[in-house]
Design a binder for this molecule. Sequence first.
Ligand SMILES: [Zn+2]
Length: 389
Amino acid sequence: MDIVHQWLLVTAAVAAGWLLGRYGQERRARRKTLSDEESVRERLQFLFTNYSDQAVENFVQSLAVNRDTVSLHLSIGAHFRNKGETDRAILIHQNLLARPELPARYSRQVTYELAVDYRNAGLLDRAEALLQELMGSKEYGAQASRELIELYQQEREWEKAGQVARVLMEGGSDSSLAKMLAYVTCEMADQALAKDDRWEAQKLAREALNYDSSCVRATFLLMKLQIRQGNYRDAANRCLKVFGQNAEFGPEAVDRLMRLERDHGDVGKLHRKLLKLYEQWPSTSLLLALVESVQHHSGRAAAIDLLRRELEVRPSVRGLLRLVELAGYEKGMTTDEGRLVSRIGHLILSNRPVYRCVNCGFAGRQLHWLCPSCKQWETIRPIQGVEAE
Ligand SMILES: [Zn+2]
């Protein structure tokens, strides 16, 4: 038997099996059930494990387009896209759209799938055009808008991302959308700040807080603006608001606060503020800031006492290293053992991630406001525990 006959047989067998299964099930029950979906998945699995990608692609190209086969075309297209075979997925979806027999009610779904293919393939202009076309759609409008926002975020087109998000909010807001709009507005504020347009930056940072009052980054931006204007005490008070917004970002706030104190020394009642915060939200960063403040005002011995006492209750590697350094200094020398503990401790910490995404687990040593992995805003946070905060 030549190859053409073999191919025709395979195609006919797969198509017949598929359609028989489908019609058989339709006769049994019109309503889609879980077992129907499982059966579709099983038959697709059979197809993908027993035939090469090229054979499946040829099969789908030769398959008629009608109400009964559209879902098969779409499933195979999605399978190729998930495998990273975007070119094949694009061909399948383009082929569907080009066929006049495609039932009208599927055209938006296919357009959406094609837009996702284009985005995955890096053909962003084409993806953008299709997604914009879908924005007004009742069924796919919201999905297309979210995809479009992600595309603009990828391109760092913050203004466009904000415009789409505002349109989407008109149809009903949720907390993730409000957070996203707040952060996109913060990105615009940051750009204004880079051009030293302080008025615009301030306006945008406040706008971000209107969208989401817990937006930590907007607070840090306003703090930065107050520092530029020389209002150090206002900047410090602003920074402390982060604890009320999301205490997990407390260590970030303490870091900025201590930098402000070291650079300008005008934070005001710093020790009392730190003590109050530590009682409510204890963390290693806060303890170390408190120790620095005690050392400054009451001397090294008092700082060592405080640190030793607190480490008994809340052990941490960073706290221990600071204690070794302070105690060694106090004795007028650094012992060999002390030097060794310090060296190994710093080595352990230097290889550890400092931040982790609470949504997807992405970890690193740099704070990203937008997770590079799951593309969610404000989900990357300082890590808690003995080796971190
Ligand atoms: Zn993530």
